[in-house]
Write a protein of this length. Structure first.
Length: 394
């Protein structure tokens, strides 16, 4: 027997779980299709998600006003989601953004900070040295520091919190992979990997890089999936304590290949504290869907790993890690650099995808946009300059 719901969301990642929560809060019947993180990545036979991590930067300060607004609205709801779910995922340690004095990058961040009246003062090189003694920055660096409403989130716990709120509101999780979403006339049908199907008045597909999988949607979205590598530096308990006041950090002081992002000590599932650094020096595009799975089964790119390790030791010169390990991730990019939110071949099937390397912190607002689109049958977001339009491959 096929189960029918008012709405079905495909993809139990950060965007999908958020959209499902917002839909369930309206009193509609909602199903969320997707499996959780596999216990053994090597033996997993389905899709992967990029939220399998314990640290992502969150902040409103940004060089782009639309991304800043997406973040600002999401961050404003963090504590309510934590309280409702009973799951803590947000650490308000602040976020520092640095770049070259007189450069356009820092100026644009300052402009956005003024636009939203943020408590984010600009700091010259001397102030940076005093405020953040652990970081070795070039003499030409300046920065902007947002101390409140910024820091990092644990994406695993954020998704768990969204799902807990969703189920509390009456939502139903279906632990399966979707293989095809089709228009059945008076409803949309989601074919499941295990067999059978589930239907909804409307279906929202939020499957990240897997949204372009052949046969999943009536039209294939124009997405670029890039393989990413991150490095985790394990700390001793004493080191973690010495670094506990560190903020999250984004730096563009050097040449583009040396831009990076950094997260302070975070306790990972193995119980150890790690610093995290990311920022691949070159782009590695993953064109085939099967290659995404193989990438997640590996340890990232060796050259990128060595590059990030060198940056970490250069910018935190007194760091003496217990060990450094690399891990894989993927980032999904859209044509216009903002998430896709729109309908695919009719009014029954919609798409929400494309984090562009900036969506973790903003996922609750992106999910709200997707949920509102399903409820209205159209996108209506006048507060944003972008139209979130979906582009398809010809």
């Amino acid at each position: 027997m096929v189960r029918h719901f008012d709405f079905v969301v495909v993809g139990k990642g950060m965007m999908g779980a958020a959209a499902a929560r917002h839909l369930a809060r309206t009193g509609a019947t909602v199903a969320l299709v997707g499996r959780g993180e596999p216990a053994d990545w090597q033996k997993h036979d389905g899709v992967f998600a990029s939220h399998y991590d314990s640290g992502r930067i969150t902040r409103t300060i940004d060089s782009d006003p639309d991304w800043a607004l997406l973040a600002r609205r999401s961050i404003a709801r963090y504590r309510d989601i934590e309280a409702e779910s009973g799951i803590g995922f947000y650490s308000e340690v602040g976020c520092l953004i640095t770049g070259t004095s007189g450069g356009s990058f820092v100026r644009s961040v300052e402009d956005v900070a003024r636009r939203y009246a943020l408590e984010a003062p600009s700091l010259d090189r001397d102030a940076l040295r005093v405020r953040f003694p652990w970081f070795a920055l070039p003499e030409t660096s300046v920065g902007v520091f947002e101390s409140t409403g910024a820091g990092y989130i644990d994406p695993r716990k954020l998704v768990a919190a969204q799902v807990a709120c969703f189920e509390k509101a009456g939502g139903v999780c279906i632990e399966d992979d979707a293989v095809a979403v089709t228009d059945a006339g008076d409803r949309a049908s989601v074919s499941l990997k295990s067999g059978g199907a589930v239907t909804g008045g409307r279906v929202l597909t939020a499957a990240g890089g897997f949204s372009r999988a052949p046969g999943l949607l009536p039209d294939r979205p124009d997405l670029v999936v890039r393989a990413r590598t991150v490095v985790l530096a394990q700390l001793t308990p004493a080191q973690a304590e010495a670094y506990r006041d560190m903020p999250s950090w984004i730096d563009e002081s050097g040449k583009p290949s040396e831009h990076f992002y950094f997260l302070p000590p975070i306790t990972y599932p193995d119980g150890n504290s790690y610093l995290k650094i990311g920022g691949d020096p070159t782009d590695i595009e993953v064109k085939e869907q099967g290659a995404i799975v193989e990438w997640f089964r590996g340890e990232g790119n060796r050259e990128a790993s060595q590059h990030l390790k060198a940056l970490l030791m250069r910018f935190i010169p007194d760091l003496e890690p217990v060990r450094m390990v690399s891990a894989p991730c993927v980032t999904t990019f859209t044509v216009h650099g903002y998430p896709y939110a729109g309908f695919v071949g009719g009014e029954r099937i919609a798409l929400l995808t494309g984090g562009n390397g900036a969506a973790a912190k903003s996922s609750d607002e992106i999910g709200r946009i997707g949920a509102d689109m399903l409820l209205r049958g159209r996108l209506d977001e006048p507060d944003y300059q972008t139209d979130f339009a979906v582009h398809f491959r010809s």
